[in-house]
Write a protein that binds this ligand. Structure first.
Ligand SMILES: Nc1ncnc2c1ncn2[C@@H]1O[C@H](COP(=O)(O)OP(=O)(O)OP(=O)(O)O)[C@@H](O)[C@H]1O
Ligand SMILES: [Mg+2]
Length: 154
């Protein structure tokens, strides 16, 4: 994935990756034509939704690393949990560094299993009758080297 490597080099030098979602023109009519609408934003990613799919646009280096780690974790564990008992939302890394992920429905804290307390801000919910993390990157630091190798970056 040569594109991704170039993007990573750019991001690691501190350049913003906002052009990824502004070039998609997600905030104007184009997004409506494509059926995408704003879903949420965090410190490092902008998220747009269409039906049961979201696209997570990295805004810089840490968003790109989070996308790569979450994609690798799902590739590695699928419907199984990692060694900490954590489950991850199905997702796929796109060649431009964005992450395509299934939409995860919010759920009550009181219904969350214990492993979700160890996910950053318990950012978990329901997908297909299972509890999964939609922002599990903080728990995946141990996978980072493998994930970057898998993505062809190191
Ligand atoms: N798969 C998903 N299903 C439903 N909503 C989502 C999903 N992924 C992200 N979101 C929404 O978009 C917001 C931003 O996404 P996310 O938390 O992954 O970004 P981030 O920049 O990594 O956040 P943080 O600041 O917590 O590190 C979330 O708080 C949530 O509301
Ligand atoms: Mg978040």
């Amino acid at each position: 994935m040569p594109n991704l490597q170039a993007l990573y080099d750019q991001a690691i030098q501190g350049y913003s990756l906002d052009f990824l979602y502004t070039s998609y023109d997600m905030t104007t009519a184009t997004s409506l034509e494509r059926g995408f609408s704003f879903c949420g934003r965090g410190q490092s990613r902008m998220v747009y939704r269409r039906k049961n799919v979201v696209i997570k646009f990295p805004r810089g280096f840490s968003g790109l690393e989070d996308n790569i780690c979450e994609a690798y974790a799902y590739h590695k564990y699928r419907k199984q949990s990692n060694y900490n008992g954590e489950f991850f939302a199905p997702c796929k890394l796109l060649s431009n560094g964005c992450l395509m992920m299934n939409f995860v429905s919010k759920m009550d804290f009181k219904d969350m299993p214990r492993w979700t307390f160890y996910i950053d801000s318990s950012q978990c919910g329901m997908f297909n009758g299972r509890v999964v993390a939609y922002d599990g990157a903080h728990s995946l630091i141990y996978l980072k080297d493998d994930a970057l190798r898998w993505a062809g970056i190191i």
